[in-house]
Design a protein around this ligand. Structure first.
Ligand SMILES: [Zn+2]
Length: 295
């Protein structure tokens, strides 16, 4: 006898389906298996912080490497979307034609594929470097870090581009792919990661003289702004006192932010800073400041 298989679609990347055909029993068994429940890696090896940003590079890492998305593809998609918006504005009755819709859909799926490829490439390299744990900002509470106008499509604002790039799902995407490379993913609060000095703990708007640069007004520490943010993101997990105050541990050993108000997060960071200053005074040595208590 023949069983007919009718297009079972796997549209959630987090689920896997197994179909068993049992001819003897005249049974068809379908197993739905959530990937994460089968295997979630434990954080091990080295820890890397990742700053996500669509202005300069999609990913800036605390080890000072970067990975960027396919800008041509994204710009083509943004421009076509803008063109359609304009036509809709001119004529309320406007309906998108079949060819245009197809073009839009193709660009969209190419974008998704190239993003997945980028994450896989990054994870592969990190795995080869002994990284078993990556830390990202919690992106669920919006992406309002800054409003950026891109010179390639000046009409697209940052939030819209974030939406186009699907960055709000990025954590799930990274988590899903990283798992295949035995890399665990933690998240931390996004607050003050771009303004904080990882050396002396100073948190000021003035530490960012421009989009590209971090320069601490207290101790003069200077870095690329995105790498600096990535290092702060990493420190939230690697510095014991920050980790214990701000994060909670999940079953697999990775971390996620405790539910804390913005002000509370700042309070924790400021008290960390006071301790750094106290230590510096009692030890009377500058170098002590850069020696964080890493796990
Ligand atoms: Zn500083």
């Amino acid at each position: 006898m023949a069983w007919k298989y009718e297009g079972l679609q796997k549209n959630n990347t987090d689920y896997e389906y197994t179909i068993k055909f049992n001819e003897r029993e005249h049974q068809l068994n379908i197993h739905l298996c959530k990937d994460g429940e089968r295997y979630i890696p434990q954080p091990n090896g080295n820890t890397i912080g990742i700053d996500v940003n669509c202005k300069h590079n999609l990913f800036s890492l605390s080890n000072e490497t970067t990975y960027d998305y396919n800008r041509k593809l994204v710009n083509d998609f943004c421009n076509l979307s803008l063109e359609i918006d304009k036509l809709k504005k001119q004529n309320k009755e406007y309906e998108i034609g079949k060819r245009k819709q197809q073009k839009l859909d193709t660009l969209k799926s190419k974008m998704a594929m190239s993003e997945q490829q980028l994450i896989a490439d990054m994870c592969k390299i990190l795995q080869s470097q002994g990284v078993g744990h990556i830390v990202m900002e919690d992106l669920n509470n919006g992406f309002g870090k800054c409003y950026v106008k891109d010179k390639d499509n000046s009409d697209i604002n940052y939030n819209r581009k974030v939406k186009f790039l699907g960055l709000s799902n990025l954590k799930q995407e990274v988590e899903h792919i990283a798992r295949k490379y035995d890399i665990a993913v933690s998240t931390v609060h996004a607050s003050y990661t771009s303004k904080m000095c990882p050396v002396c703990g100073c948190i000021e708007d003035e530490n960012r003289p421009n989009q590209e640069t971090f320069e601490c007004i207290e101790c003069g520490h200077k870095d690329n702004a995105d790498f600096n943010a990535a290092k702060n993101i990493r420190n939230r997990v690697c510095v014991t006192v920050l980790r214990e105050s701000l994060l909670k541990q999940l079953d697999n050993g990775a971390f996620e932010p405790k539910k804390l108000k913005h002000e509370k997060v700042k309070e924790v960071l400021l008290s960390f800073r006071r301790n750094l200053q106290k230590n510096a005074r009692s030890k009377c040595t500058e170098s002590r400041l850069t020696t964080f208590d890493y796990i």
